[in-house]
Design a protein around this ligand. Structure first.
Ligand code: KE4
Length: 429
């Protein structure tokens, strides 16, 4: 039987001085009725808590750990670069190398700027799009999360295409008055808004594969409709590939679906587990960014050499022949196994997979948007989460997140996970 005394003691100390005892809300595990585990270390597909309990990890630091934890190539690159110092506040070779790798991997990106998080990437991309077009209106989609910049913390309005309402305390109505949120995968809603207001739309920002309402792939034609509509009215199409970039393919979701956005946002994998974000796009748009142009954006630690070295090492590994084929086979084994075991005990489970991202909704489905995702049985999901953690499987603590499989996950890890799920589903039935 697993015990958690050290995690419990650490959580008590943390809760007294850090909001909710965590440095990012989802880690608090509140939506699944559990306390967070404090992690001692991680290696490959395994994460070890402060009490020495081991788990097969499907959070992967929320996406960055596609190689598995503590990859020797990444660690070596960090150690080597540390000897040069940790931060210069001046340009260095490594940030140029990583920029060149991103541009080579993602042809729609002609220029790129490094930042320190996905939030900074999307916030800056929107400012650049507004500066480039001289327009204010932004369109996003319900259930898509683009970080916590004020203008993107929007809950869908009551109707299909009403202006958003603040999705958080502290976000003034003025901050989101130019942000509209539409149902994901709803081409008609999008097209009718663009017909009415397209010439006022600065940018449309979308997760090309949604990973923040659980995993919801784009419907056939949805991304094409966004591309056509933004092209027609001179709006900037921004693909938020913070999660999907270098995850679902080396060229990101845009390479899978054959859509060329005007701007792309990156994060997570591109930093190899260290704090990195990036935003890029056409030369015409990116030349508007200071100091080349009038759109201001800055960052003390942007392009940090240690983080750049980790990102370069990670992307170098991802280019090895067969990397994604093998990764996707492992993820497919997991998705198929979860679906099969749930079906065997008549648990309604809708499974989605895109590359090495896997989603499992406790609802009969289909799940094509946020409204569908919210039909999931959250109580049943919470029990599933707690029981799986008790059996040594570390899942994302929310129905509205995606599982991440890494190159360090073996068939044995997957089969052990499926065996645990078989027992848990039977108990939930
Ligand atoms: P960060 O600022 O957290 O680095 O990135 C924000 C962001 C932007 N765009 C997409 C598509 C994202 O998924 C994210 C962050 N993802 C969440 C997990 N769903 C981060 C986990 C957390 O908030 O702790």
């Amino acid at each position: 039987m697993r015990g958690y005394p050290k995690s419990k003691a650490l959580f008590e100390r943390a809760a007294a001085i850090i909001p909710g005892g965590v440095n990012s809300p989802v880690r608090a595990c509140r939506s699944v009725g559990a306390d967070p585990l404090f992690i001692e270390r991680a290696e490959g597909a395994i994460i070890i808590d402060a009490d020495g309990n081991q788990y097969i990890d499907y959070v992967g630091s929320w996406g960055p750990m596609i190689l598995g934890h503590g990859h020797p190539g990444v660690i070596a690159a960090i150690e080597k670069t540390l000897k040069r110092g940790t931060s210069f506040g001046a340009p260095a070779d490594l940030e140029v190398t990583l920029a060149e790798m991103i541009i080579k991997a993602v042809p729609s990106v002609e220029m790129v700027r490094m930042v320190n998080s996905g939030t900074e990437a999307t916030m800056s991309a929107i400012r650049a799009a507004r500066g480039f077009t001289g327009r204010d209106l932004i369109i996003k989609f319900d259930g898509c999360y683009h970080g916590h910049a004020d203008m993107l913390l929007v809950d869908a309005g009551s109707g299909v295409a009403t202006m958003g309402i603040p999705g958080s305390a502290g976000v003034p109505a003025a901050a989101i008055e130019h942000t509209m949120s539409l149902p994901y995968n709803d081409m008609n809603a999008f097209t009718s808004v663009m017909t009415r207001s397209g010439d006022k739309v600065a940018a449309v920002i979308v997760e090309p594969v949604a990973g923040n309402m659980g995993l919801v792939p784009p419907k056939e034609g949805f991304l094409d409709a966004l591309r056509a509509g933004t092209q027609k009215y001179g709006s900037v199409l921004i693909f938020d590939e913070v999660m999907t970039g270098f995850r679902v393919a080396y060229g990101g979701a845009q390479s899978l679906y054959g859509i060329c956005p005007d701007m792309t946002c990156f994060g997570k994998i591109v930093g190899g587990g260290l704090p990195v974000g990036a935003y890029g796009g056409t030369k015409a748009i990116m030349s508007c960014v200071a100091p080349s142009g009038p759109v201001y954006q800055a960052g003390t630690l942007s392009g940090n050499p240690i983080a750049m070295a980790a990102g370069i090492a990670a992307l170098t590994e991802l280019q090895k022949p067969g990397f994604y084929e093998h990764l996707d086979q492992t993820a497919s084994r997991l998705a198929e196994g979860l679906g099969r075991t749930a079906k065997n005990v008549a648990i309604p489970l809708t499974i989605h997979r895109v590359g090495s991202m896997v989603g499992a909704f406790f609802t009969p489905g289909p799940v094509n948007d946020y409204a569908d995702a919210k039909t999931s049985d959250l109580e049943r999901f919470s029990k599933y989460f707690r029981k799986m953690r008790g059996k040594g499987v570390y899942l994302p603590p929310s129905q509205f997140e995606a599982l991440f499989v890494s190159a360090a996950h073996t068939d044995d890890h997957i089969d052990a996970t499926i065996r645990a799920a078989e027992t848990v589903f039977a108990e939930l039935g």
